[in-house]
Write a new protein. Structure first.
Length: 157
């Protein structure tokens, strides 16, 4: 029986990524013509690590940075989201092991400024971390959003 990989091992496993591929087949209708950059998990983690205290980033901005860094039309929405989730869990795992300099995953929001309930600790933990950095979290229906998130979005090169 094989041992299950830790989150940090999953983060470090590049699986031959990054790569840039032409958009084809069914994805043409969804994404349009051009190329898609499929990042490595550590690429997404590195972008998330660049977001300073008090600033925020959305998954769409992470995708745009991935595309720019790899000369592609778009960054893959599927793998970027999955790798952000892996980076968040790897950071929580590292923190539980005593690491102090972890990826600030709570600063990475879903589209529209929404908190990601699948990040470690769920909404309560993310909300507490964001409040500690001066952000106000509001509830709209079942969703939790950072109020005025647009004003504090980071502009990464």
């Amino acid at each position: 029986m094989t041992k299950k990989k830790t989150w940090r091992e999953k983060l470090a496993d590049s699986k031959g990524l990054p790569k840039v591929a032409p958009i084809c087949g069914r994805m043409l209708g969804r994404w349009g013509e051009g190329t898609v950059a499929i990042p490595a998990p550590l690429d997404v983690d590195a972008i998330m690590r660049r977001v300073p205290r008090g600033k925020l980033i959305t998954i769409n901005e992470i995708r745009a940075i991935v595309a720019r860094e790899h000369g592609a039309t778009i960054g893959c929405p599927i793998t970027t989201g999955i790798f952000a989730w892996i980076a968040a869990h790897a950071a929580a795992e590292a923190a539980a092991a005593g690491a102090r300099n972890i990826t600030p995953y709570w600063r990475s929001l879903k589209t529209g400024g929404e908190l990601n309930p699948k990040y470690p600790g769920g909404i309560p933990a993310i909300k507490a971390r964001l409040k500690a950095e001066g952000h106000r979290v509001v509830q709209e229906g079942k969703r939790f959003l950072v109020e005025g998130f647009e004003r504090v979005l980071v502009k990464l090169p």
